[in-house]
Ligand binder design. Structure first.
Ligand code: HEM
Length: 511
């Protein structure tokens, strides 16, 4: 019996290996060289060379230096992963060849197991991507953000200030709540409850049920057959099935609520109501499914990212008090001490503009972006990149490129200032931080406005400092960033006090 099982296993392995090799050969019959990278091992290729264990973008940047190439290649079983570590290569491939570099990989774990296949963030072209992209892009174009979204941002930033005053230790939660409240209002016309809101709880449950790993690093992505593994034997499958139920509910429940309110005549104007009234039809996709998909993805794509960027801002301010003081001097000179800053002040606050750029650069909000995938074979600088290759843009490495941003670990907004001699300053990191080509973040104008408004208002009212421990020593923040699509900072302490005497009277909801 044992011999028969061993024999069967060996046969499976040999067939598996032979078919994998054959597939590799068929793809690259001329034997063109792949980009440099670690030598693949027998059978599993470079699985063990793919960095794991956190801050993978740093390990990938180091590998890029080791192989002296800004493009590095991994063979994972029979598929290919390419990591792009410079803006030059990302621009050459993801922007200039966006025709063939804009698909998404199969991602069996996220899409087939958890059920994210309706999300345009991970959608392939043949899954109706263009129709979804068009709707989301139109709903977040600059003119819509300015006219429809800014008033919502304004009122939620006022609430944020009030919450920071009331319970400063919960600052990171307040930032998430603010981002969530803005998104729920603009997508569904829904005003979230100050505490225990059912829809926010649902979205947070989805967020917490996720597996935060480097894209394509889940065992099911490496061996898709494992998605059929029995749930009673495998913990990952049980977790995935639980997450799947939540993801399904998150897509449907708020949309259903809007439909009921529309029928009752109580719906507030929103992205959902406007699309339902227009009745979108595209590429044969059922209208309701399209609207449901496009609205439901905004929370997932917009809340973590915006709040992570703002939490990074808090960290920068407590670590670089001189930057904070200079920004506050600028605010005092331009806005004065009798009112809060507003969008109209923006052109007259150049140092704050540099701070926002440096926040996006200093700690990439999405360090490895969302993986792209090639739709045809390509040859780049003589290197072969086959059809179906997963392409990861190491955004963190690009934003920390010493030749573009000297001393990249230092938070230095001045790097973006126009020099006295007429120099332009360092390139705008938004060029990298929001991704590339046809997949560039459609929420970038919205995110830029929310981050700006929150930052200037917080700095106008509050002073942010490191916390002092019970032994009266300064508590140095020790922060790690999560893997996965959004690089969320771990928690750290921040002392938040009023900067201006009577500053609380400036917050409208307290008047
Ligand atoms: C600081 C805030 C944000 C950052 C740094 C950010 C960054 C990114 C990045 C790097 C990508 C992947 C681009 C690529 O594949 O090349 C992306 C995609 C996306 N983002 Fe954002 N994002 C932010 C905020 C938002 C907001 C507020 C929304 C919603 C309004 C949003 C919606 C999306 C969507 C829907 C995609 C998928 C696009 C596609 O696959 O075509 N993002 N974002």
């Amino acid at each position: 019996m044992l011999v028969a099982i061993t024999y069967a296993l060996c046969t499976i392995l040999v067939v598996f290996y032979a078919s994998a090799r054959l597939r590799m050969y068929r793809r690259n019959p001329k034997g063109l060289r792949y980009p440099p990278g670690p030598r693949p091992h027998f059978l599993l290729g470079n699985i063990r060379d793919l960095p794991t264990g956190g801050h993978e973008w740093i390990a990938l940047e180091e590998m890029s230096k080791k192989y002296n190439s800004d493009v590095i290649h991994f063979q994972v079983v029979s598929s290919h992963v390419v990591v792009l570590n410079s803006l030059q290569v990302a621009s050459d491939l993801l922007d200039k060849k966006s025709m063939i570099y804009s698909d998404r990989p199969r991602l069996p774990y996220a899409k087939e197991l958890i059920g994210w296949s309706w999300s345009m963030v991970v959608m392939c072209y043949h899954e109706g991507f263009s129709a979804h992209r068009r709707i989301v892009q139109q709903s977040f174009q600059p003119s819509v953000v300015t006219s429809l979204h800014r008033p919502v941002m304004q009122s939620e930033v006022d609430k944020l200030l009030k919450n920071l005053l009331a319970s400063p230790d919960d600052f990171a939660d307040h930032l998430r709540s603010m981002a969530g409240a803005i998104v729920m209002m603009i997508t569904y016309g829904y005003q979230v409850a100050p505490k225990d809101d059912p829809y926010v709880r649902l979205s947070e449950d989805v967020h917490n049920s996720g597996d935060r790993r480097m894209p394509v690093a889940h065992v099911v992505d490496l061996f898709p057959i494992l998605r059929y593994a029995p749930a009673r034997l495998f913990e990952f499958k049980r977790r995935a099935l639980a997450a799947r139920k939540l993801v399904y509910k998150m897509r449907n429940a708020p949309f259903q609520m809007v439909k009921e309110r529309l029928a009752a005549g109580t719906a507030l104007p929103s992205m959902a109501t406007s699309l339902l009234e227009k009745g979108v039809v595209a590429d044969g996709i059922e209208s309701e499914a399209l609207i449901k998909n496009c609205t439901a993805i905004i929370y997932g794509a917009g809340v973590d990212t915006t709040s992570a960027a703002l939490t990074n801002f808090f960290l920068a301010m407590i670590m670089y008090p001189e930057v904070q003081e200079r920004a506050q001097r600028e605010l005092d000179a331009v806005v004065g001490k009798d009112r809060l800053p507003e969008f109209g002040d923006r052109p007259r606050l150049p140092y704050l503009a540099c701070i926002i750029k440096e926040v996006l650069r200093w700690r990439a909000t999405s360090a490895l972006g969302i993986p792209h995938c090639t739709t045809t074979d390509d040859v780049y600088r003589g290197m072969f990149i086959p059809k179906g290759t997963t392409v990861i843009a190491n955004l963190s490495a690009m934003l920390h490129d010493e030749s573009v941003y000297p001393e990249p670990e230092v938070f230095n907004p001045d790097r973006f200032a126009r020099g006295a001699g007429g120099s332009e300053g360092a390139p705008d990191p938004a060029r990298v931080a929001f991704g590339f080509g046809r997949r560039i973040c459609p929420g970038r104008f919205f995110a830029d406005d929310v981050v700006w408004l929150a930052v200037v208002n917080i700095l106008h009212i509050f002073k942010l400092e490191k916390k002092i421990g019970s032994d009266r020593r300064v508590l140095e923040p020790d922060v790690k960033w999560s893997s996965g699509p959004v690089s969320v900072p771990s928690s750290f302490g921040c002392k938040i006090t009023l900067r201006l005497a009577g500053g609380e009277s400036l917050i409208p909801s307290l008047e």
